[in-house]
Design a protein around this ligand. Structure first.
Ligand code: ATP
Length: 485
């Protein structure tokens, strides 16, 4: 079998055509950067979620889970620094009428200007200059520099004048009551719900430092340059784990979680070469040290997961604003301290995109020279675990097939199909990543065996109906992933 390249456009269109991802509100022309998950997408998403959740909560005795609210007390966002610091700097181009995030413009400039990539010193100096000017809020100097080094408009690909630089808070504001100054915000990260429940968990569980609290939930950000499909959305889901430690163990646990999270990603089987670490030079307002696990998407290496040391930034500030004590006792030193936090934060939708886009293949079958589109996804993540087919529309075969479907659907997500030729049915299942097709034919009536056909190699084997449950479980169980951790 030979592989052909699949473009990003084809990936997006396959996601829609096969019921994985639809643009939200499509009948009203959609909304930029907001998507709905379709009938197969929801299973894939849930399977990724389940795998993450179990590998955090079930496998680690010292991690527990929470589900906290999206709307929280407005003071939380003051204490967390999000009201004053969760901002991005944008540049506006009068000629093209487009705005771009400063870091995107700079990154694009380094990438498209090949000579510059070699001239590391110049790159370093530009970043240092920008850092300095950002710290002292001299935005007009940044604007001057962007015009001086002749950064082009990335969309229009021509040199134009940058006319305005401005700051933009990424949180969605919801007025508490009309005409009132106080606002609610849709949470831009799930982490704050964890920090604000730290004392509740300490008081109601047996957790002792070091321990972690994990959560999966929706978050919202007013992303201005929303592009690249599920990569940058305005409403998305995060899977975060906050690990509370003694301050003198920061280095050890940061390294521990870097290794552990990379191993988790590698277990998905997308290939070692697709991942790399990136250490941040410019840190978010809460971070002391920050690493990204980057993934090689079709549009280049981009952040998939952040692994940060938040030090005691959050708990210290919640102490200040709430007047509650976020301290634990150090038995050795006989004093109280505010725990440090190592955070692992990953976008569920970005993992979905990573898995979906790198598993979608176009193959030419050697013998028949026919082409097939196949979602070569890890069977543990596949939306449908097996498809059950009668070979043809014969009453007796249909009866057997439906009986098998009825018994096995208690254990697996299955599909039953009798429409079209068997070849067409195989193609449809390949395209949604179903790892096994089970066919009931006339021989089944005599030997009580069915044919199992495997998606990737298209190999077939006969198995007894009574062994089918065990065989499907063996091929599709999530346990095979846990073993790799
Ligand atoms: P980026 O630099 O790409 O904007 P970030 O550094 O702001 O990301 P974090 O605040 O660290 O991201 O959020 C943790 C994770 O949430 C990211 O690693 C990413 O997987 C995911 N994420 C962040 N923003 C988005 C978004 N707009 N759409 C989808 N996923 C996102």
């Amino acid at each position: 079998m030979t592989n052909k390249k699949i473009s990003f456009k084809e990936i997006v269109s396959h996601a829609k055509q096969y019921g994985f991802v639809f643009p939200s509100s499509e009948i009203y022309d959609g909304i930029n950067a907001i998507y709905d998950y379709g009938q197969y997408g929801i299973y894939l998403k849930n399977n990724i979620k389940e795998y993450w959740w179990k590998s955090m909560i079930q496998i680690n005795e010292n991690i527990i889970g929470l589900d906290t609210s999206i709307l929280m007390h407005p003071n939380i966002w003051k204490a967390s620094g999000h009201i004053s610091k969760f901002k991005e700097i944008f540049l506006y181009n009068e000629d093209t009428k487009y705005s771009y995030r400063l870091d995107f413009l700079i990154e694009n400039y380094f990438k498209t200007n090949l000579n510059l990539n070699k001239e590391k010193k110049l790159k370093h100096n530009i970043i240092k200059y920008l850092d300095k000017k950002l710290k002292i809020n001299e935005k007009d100097k940044i604007l001057k520099l962007i015009n001086k080094i002749k950064i082009i408009d990335p969309k229009q690909k021509k040199l134009t004048k940058w006319t305005k630089i401005y700051e933009y808070n990424l949180m969605f504001k919801i007025p508490l009551k009309e005409h009132e100054k106080k606002n609610f915000y849709l949470r831009p990260e799930t982490a704050q719900g964890i920090f604000t429940n730290f004392l509740n968990v300490l008081n109601t569980s047996k957790m002792k430092i070091p321990f972690g609290i994990a959560q999966i939930g929706k978050v919202f950000r007013k992303e201005i340059i929303a592009r690249q499909f599920l990569f940058r959305m305005r409403e998305f889901e995060q899977m975060e784990m906050q690990f509370f430690i003694h301050p003198n163990q920061e280095e050890k646990w940061l390294e521990y979680w870097k290794k552990k999270r990379l191993k988790w990603h590698l277990s998905l089987g997308l290939g070692k070469k697709k991942y790399r670490f990136y250490e941040h030079e410019q840190l978010a307002h809460y971070a002391k040290k920050a690493y990204d696990i980057q993934f090689k998407f079709t549009f280049g290496f981009k952040e998939l997961e952040g692994i940060h040391s938040r030090a005691n930034f959050d708990l210290k500030n919640h102490e200040k604003y709430s007047k509650k004590r976020f301290r634990v006792f150090d038995k050795e030193k006989k004093n109280f301290y505010i725990p440090y936090i190592i955070e692992t934060s990953v976008g569920l939708d970005r993992i979905f995109l990573a898995v979906f886009s790198s598993s979608l293949k176009k193959e030419t079958i050697k013998d028949t020279k026919k082409e097939r589109i196949i979602l070569k996804i890890n069977p543990a993540l596949s939306p449908i675990k097996a498809a059950i087919f009668p070979l043809i529309r014969d009453k007796r075969l249909i009866f057997y097939a439906k009986e098998i479907y009825k018994n096995l659907k208690l254990y697996f997500i299955l599909i039953y199909e009798e429409k079209d030729s068997i070849g067409k049915r195989y193609r449809r299942q390949d395209a949604i990543g179903t790892p096994i097709c089970v066919t009931i034919d006339f021989k089944t009536l005599k030997d009580k065996c069915v044919t199992m056909r495997f998606r990737d190699k298209m190999l077939q084997k006969r198995v007894l109906i009574k062994d089918l449950k065990r065989e499907i479980k063996k091929e599709t169980s999530m346990n095979q992933l846990f073993k790799l951790l």
